[in-house]
Ligand binder design. Structure first.
Ligand code: ACO
Length: 324
């Protein structure tokens, strides 16, 4: 599997820590010190499907090296124009409130493409890693050559905005990648779950009442994630020194520092946008990836060795080491 393009979408409304402190017993200082978060984007009157679709539009319109006519909407359905045929759409999300149709199907309908394998994945903050893993498996078969992998969340819908311990942590957004079958020179993954501790993060969709044992999750990440990363680097036949960048789930800046310390991968290699977007669950890694591609840090030329790593509710966690 090779990631060939990226896209993202963040809703316009921004809620700062000070905005939350106006009605919650919290402060900008507490939130920044404990998490690194300064603000989050919140989708007002906008559906999860619309956010995912805007990220896909961004992928085709604004991706590096792609020339398209912005006034011509046919780029999404005109295969010759957008240069691709898509064989599958996989969407990772934990905040889509309807079990059918899935977001992947809704995006397929909007794109107007047929003969596509559509699949939604619910694996909380590890959703995008799980989705990439499934995409990689599909691309190993002769049936599938190219697909869209999307992470999208409307966490604002499932949060209890009166609970200071969770309201300050999450945000909304969508990110996506176009992946193709390729003889990747490096690809290794390790993905794990621990359903016995699933109660550490509960998000019943019928009521806005996400509950999290923050300390419990922090400890599980500290215990499991660094060794998971080291095992994947070793499976890939690579060394810590060879890693160019780590794109980790953006849950807490202190966690990134802890993972750096425990793995020996220096902190400057951990890319981050948590200050601007907070924890966007399954959208977090593709949102960050698209940002650093647009910033020119990741070039998508297949020359940079990166670790993608996710962790969160379920409990689920995992990492992928590959060239991007
Ligand atoms: N403002 C002010 N005080 C607060 C706030 C707030 N927003 N939230 C909690 N507090 C208080 C608590 O009530 C507690 O007060 P007490 O000592 O009087 O009881 C105190 O601050 C310390 O609370 P802790 O929960 O122990 O704080 P901690 O340092 O652990 O930070 C945090 C909390 C930020 C949630 C941290 O534990 C964390 O980031 N955990 C990991 C979360 C994570 O990785 N999630 C990813 C998965 S999410 C998913 O899968 C969708």
């Amino acid at each position: 599997m090779r990631i060939v393009k990226t896209g993202s979408y963040l809703p316009d409304t921004i809620v700062t820590n000070d905005d939350l402190a106006e009605y919650l017993d919290t402060s900008d200082e507490w939130i920044q010190k404990r998490t690194g978060i300064k603000k989050r984007h919140v989708a007002k009157g906008e559906s999860i499907e619309s956010m995912a679709y805007k990220a896909v539009e961004d992928l085709f319109l604004n991706s590096i090296g792609t020339v398209v006519d912005r006034n011509d909407n046919s780029y999404l359905t005109d295969k010759a124009n957008c240069g691709e045929t898509i064989d599958f759409i996989i969407v990772a999300t934990m905040s889509h409130k309807s079990s059918s149709p899935g977001i992947a199907n809704l995006i397929q309908a909007r794109l107007g493409i047929t003969q596509v394998f559509c699949l939604d994945i619910s694996a909380a903050c590890n959703g995008f890693i799980a989705a990439l893993s499934v995409a990689n498996g599909l691309l190993k078969t002769p049936t599938y050559r190219r697909g869209l992998v999307i992470g999208v969340e409307k966490m604002s819908d499932i949060l209890d905005w009166t609970d200071r311990s969770t309201a300050c942590l999450f945000g909304d957004g969508a990110g996506c990648v176009l992946v193709e079958a390729s003889d990747a020179l490096v690809y290794a993954e390790s993905i794990s779950s621990d359903g016995a501790h699933g109660e550490d993060l509960k998000a019943p969709l019928e009521q806005a009442k996400l509950e999290m044992n923050g300390r419990g999750i922090f400890n599980f990440v500290s215990r499991e994630v660094p060794k998971n990363i080291l095992s994947t680097i070793s499976k890939a036949g690579q060394s810590i020194k060879a890693i160019d960048y780590v794109l980790a789930h953006q849950a807490n800046k202190r966690l990134l520092g802890m993972i750096s310390k425990k793995t020996g991968i220096t902190e400057d290699k951990f890319l981050s946008n948590i200050d601007d977007v907070a924890n966007t669950s399954a959208a977090s890694i593709p949102l960050l990836l698209d940002k650093v591609v647009k910033d020119g840090i990741i070039t998508l030329e297949g020359m940079q060795l990166v670790v993608f790593v996710g962790f969160g509710g379920g409990l689920n966690w995992g990492s992928i080491v590959t060239l991007v």
